[in-house]
Design a protein around this ligand. Structure first.
Ligand code: PXL
Length: 281
């Protein structure tokens, strides 16, 4: 039977992140994507000024409530950028509404990068995000988001293995069964992700070469591939490896083309390779 995912993110009309990334990537895995848009912006907020922002908080509960009346099952609910503390609390309710037998709850706690909380978020936002993470099966923070979730100062890498593994364990005590930490690096020339499974206590890593520059939307590309591969049926460690390789290949292509890093990465031309990786071609 075809798998079905509900994706709860904003629509940034230009800039390749959130729903404009989640939809094509998860669809490439042959999975149906149903969307709950949380806001519509002319661009994402990373490096652009003057963007428009239409808040859709009042629509979220109604969309989920209507879906509840339909005979549909979600294999996963995947959340990303949520615009306010109020929205996070509504999404906690949506988890209860949409969750049924074996629904995976996957939270990308989008709120910060490179040591900084995104400019549109209030200081109490990480606390709200901690509540949502406590309900998730899998969370996908970057190193900055991990520090905010743990209410600790952000430390710049390179990191030691003991530090990373301690962070993973403590993030899992917030509630999620699996933690996928991104932006992990033990030296300056490689970067990747670490995975921790609470039940087994096993840590796994996936690294690739580091490409210079800060490209926007890479976290959303990574998380969307992770959701696609996991719901498709790959073990989490293999899904993480697939997501690291897909993201790095897309960044390399964008870097080689000299594209403005705010414009997002060229992930579209990696989609055929994703199909091959998932044995769909
Ligand atoms: O890529 C995460 C993201 C999603 N949506 C919006 C954003 C950001 C990051 O800045 O601004 C609107």
């Amino acid at each position: 039977m075809q798998k079905r995912v509900a994706a709860i993110h904003d629509i940034s009309c230009f800039g390749k992140c959130s729903l404009t990334v989640a939809l094509p990537i998860i669809s490439t895995a042959g999975i149906e994507v149903c969307v709950i848009p949380t806001a519509i912006l002319s661009t994402h907020t990373g490096g652009f000024s003057g963007f428009t922002y239409r808040d859709l908080t009042d629509d979220i509960g109604g969309i989920a409530g209507h879906w509840q009346t339909l005979p549909i099952h979600f294999d996963a609910v995947y959340t990303g950028f949520l615009g306010s503390v109020g929205q996070v609390d509504i999404v906690c309710d949506v988890f209860r509404q949409l969750r049924s037998f074996e629904t995976l709850l996957i939270v990308d706690p989008v709120m910060a990068d490179n040591g900084e909380l995104y400019s549109t978020f209030p200081p109490d936002f990480p606390k709200a995000m901690r509540r949502l993470c406590s309900k998730a099966d899998i969370i996908i923070p970057n190193m900055t988001e991990a520090a905010l979730l743990l209410d600790e100062p952000y430390l710049k890498g390179p990191y030691g293995k003991a530090f990373v593994e301690d962070q993973l364990i403590r993030l899992s005590t917030l509630g999620p069964k699996h933690v996928v930490l991104t932006g992990v690096h033990f030296d300056d020339s490689h970067i990747g992700a670490a995975v921790y499974e609470q039940q087994t206590g096993i840590f796994e890593y996936a690294f690739s070469e580091r490409i210079k520059g800060i490209y926007h939307g890479t976290g959303d590309v990574f998380a969307s591939v992770l959701v696609a591969a996991t719901v498709h049926g790959l073990p989490l460690a293999d899904a993480v490896k697939t997501a690291v390789e897909f993201t790095v290949q897309s960044i390399r292509r964008t870097h080689d083309a000299g594209t403005d890093p705010r414009f997002g990465i060229n992930f579209e031309q990696s989609l055929p390779e994703l199909m091959r990786r998932l044995s769909l071609l």
